[in-house]
Design a protein around this ligand. Structure first.
Ligand code: CMC
Length: 433
């Protein structure tokens, strides 16, 4: 690759053939080299495992600068949204591109509240799972089943269908998540209440007993609302790219969201918050921290410090900075500041931050390091942590699906490969092998 010129980048092949690759400018952040015609004109593909240098689409939704620790939704810094907005308002912003007026927000909120119920059939489907089924497995399956319930009302070319799809995803996922939790804990299902806010309703469905008044702790709903804002979108991460890719074939979007949920589940992605708590429990005591930090540094040991490092953020994760503060606030208010688990987390953070290995590789606590501690303090079991992440991220997936499906240049996502298998050979009869 030669230097950037007015025309773009000049590519010179081994046979001396040259090609100018156009540059496409971003609003902020790095420009991209447009290689769309590369194969047609040069007969070669690019190779980029894990897509570390590849832009898969054009997007107006979220901007991240990993070096400076910047995250913005539709241009608004996440710190400002975290301080002044609510998850419902941020959802509107992500879906429609602008902050709502008071009337627009009110209508949007009513629409979400009006779609929180799930059909009894969906509930029966969920009740068919074993009571020890992982809630992420149940969430992806039941969200996938929504494609069976709402297939007829899902013509992606109609704005009203895209809107109802968005409301249903936002409104019904908490109900499904809470039902999965209740099944796991052997308790009966609690129906949603439309007079409660988004996070209050979720807490009510998770924890209310059928025979008693359940008082919602304001710090619990405040913390959840903040966590959902911070998880709401993160541009082309693994699960969002999965939703875009599955949806690019024109598949029913509820199944595309279900695919995103399964991608989120992995421990390298949203599953890390559950893995952080499991890791802290495995470490068990501050006296064991040194041993586990050494394990994480050992190339021959697969163990990694969960909740540390990020593909994009190389200095700090701005979400982690905000969540860390909320983590202290929640533990203080709930009188859990001096629990052994939190002591252990604090000490591990300090040891890792002052260790040369983690400093040199720019491995800082990420969003998942603190979110699990907050969920634990709120009484949410670790198997539900990634489900909570999915509830926040559901609006990001939905916004990306909407952007992808309405993009006039949209194409089915179909990467190529570097084939390294055998070259052509003749079939041998089984008797001759
Ligand atoms: N503990 C120990 N070493 C690590 C860690 C860690 N948590 N993370 C990265 N490294 C090392 C890694 O071994 C590699 O070393 P070397 O250069 O010697 O081969 C170097 O740091 C770069 O790591 P990488 O795996 O090439 O980086 P990546 O960008 O592909 O991976 C990551 C990013 C988040 C998958 C990784 O840091 C990781 O596995 N972290 C733990 C899991 C985790 O907390 N995930 C949540 C991510 S934030 C939530 C979300 O967005 O989903």
């Amino acid at each position: 690759m030669k230097k950037k010129s007015e025309v773009g980048y000049r590519l010179r092949g081994p046979d001396g053939l040259e090609m100018d690759l156009p540059i496409r400018s971003s609003t902020i952040g790095p420009d991209v080299i447009d290689i769309a015609k590369l194969y047609r004109e040069q007969g070669v593909f690019t190779y980029d495992p894990g897509f570390v240098s590849t832009g898969s689409c054009e997007s107006d939704i979220t901007f991240i600068d990993g070096e400076k620790g910047i995250l913005m939704y539709r241009g608004y810094p996440v710190e400002q949204l975290a301080s002044h907005s609510s998850f419902i308002e941020v959802s509107y912003l992500l879906l429609y591109g602008e902050l709502p007026t008071a009337e627009e927000l009110d209508n949007f909120d009513s629409n979400i509240r009006g779609h929180t119920k799930i059909s009894e059939g969906m509930l029966s489907f969920l009740n068919g799972f074993r009571c020890d089924a992982h809630p992420m497995a149940m969430l992806s399956a039941v969200v996938g089943s929504m494609s069976a319930y709402y297939h007829e009302e899902m013509d992606a070319s109609k704005k009203e269908h895209r809107d109802i799809f968005s409301y249903r995803i936002l409104a019904k996922l908490p109900t499904i998540a809470a039902a999965a939790y209740r099944l796991n804990s052997g308790q009966s299902f609690v129906y949603p209440r439309s007079n409660l806010s988004y996070c209050e309703n979720l807490l009510h469905m998770l924890f209310a007993a059928p025979d008693e008044y359940y008082e919602i702790n304001p710090i619990a709903s405040e913390a959840l609302d903040l966590l959902f804002i911070l998880h709401a979108d993160h541009e082309q991460n693994c699960s969002t790219s999965t939703v875009r890719m599955a949806g690019s074939s024109g598949a029913n979007p509820y199944s595309a969201i279900a695919a995103g949920i399964t991608a989120l589940w992995g421990p390298a992605h949203g599953g890390a918050n559950e893995a952080v708590l499991n890791m802290l429990e495995e470490i068990g005591d501050v006296s064991q921290i040194g041993k586990y930090v050494e394990k994480a540094k050992d190339k021959n040991d697969p163990f990694r410090l969960m909740g540390f490092g990020h593909r994009v953020y190389k200095n700090f994760d701005p979400r982690a900075t905000i969540i860390r503060e909320m983590c202290y606030k929640v533990l203080e208010k709930l009188d859990q500041k001096d629990t052994p688990l939190f002591d252990l987390a604090r000490e591990l953070e300090q040891v890792a931050l002052s260790d040369d290995y983690f400093r040199e590789k720019n491995l800082y606590p990420n969003v998942d390091f603190y979110s699990g501690i907050i969920y634990r303090a709120l009484g949410i079991p670790s198997s539900m942590f990634t489900v909570m992440f999915a509830l926040g991220r559901s609006v990001g997936w939905t916004a990306h699906w909407r952007e992808m499906i309405t993009d006039p240049r949209g194409k089915i996502a179909r990467p190529r490969q570097l084939y390294k298998g055998p070259s052509a050979r003749d079939y041998k009869l089984i008797s001759e092998r």
